[in-house]
Design a protein around this ligand. Sequence first.
Ligand code: SAH
Length: 217
Amino acid sequence: MDSSAVRSRMVQRLRADGVVDESVLAAFGDVLRHRFVDSALATQAYEDTSLPIGLGQTISKPSVVARMLALAAASAASQARGSLGQVLEIGTGCGYQAALLARLGRHVVSIERLQPLHERARAHLADDAARTRVRLVWGDGRFGHPPQAPYDTIVAAAGGEDIPAAWLEQLADGGRLVAPVHQGPAQALVVVDRDGERYLRQRFETVLFVPLKSGVA
Ligand code: SAH
């Protein structure tokens, strides 16, 4: 499949939708999204739609992923560094967002609780140009990953009732966390910026991510 034309159309749509960060747009232009989904879905891979990735989980639609990455990239520290720095992703899923993050950060630790998805993500990333900057971990992401903390950027792809304490502890000073968080029946995108021992929290639009669950399977 020669996907570069459809991929640049996706990037044009993201730009038209208001994504202005050039490094985020370049990452979307670079990652072969169709390689991260089932081959039966490959023809839909560049539409702005969420897609099933097995075990009841989904890959978010490109516009939502772009929104999260743009929020992460807009922090003062990310702007100053020109990079997301050391990144923690919770919810590897198929590994697509991890591949994007690897182009925007220095190093990515990505955690998935479902072992079959963790293994599939490893296979999907095997021939990705940025694979050496991604470390995939099978585990419960609610506890973060202390060995490689602190993280300049933390991005969650699953939404819980609140933000786990471990994430806040493992966020670097000046770091930014972007996560979907439940508020009653709805979920909203929440951004937390760490300034020493202060955590500044902002709430953005309503979103719909799969639930953050406990334990591994
Ligand atoms: N970023 C992914 C999106 C995957 S959907 C992609 O690009 O495909 C969110 C994922 O979060 C699911 O695979 C789900 O199994 C996982 N998840 C949910 N709770 C988790 C937890 N506590 N720890 C790690 N992963 C979790």
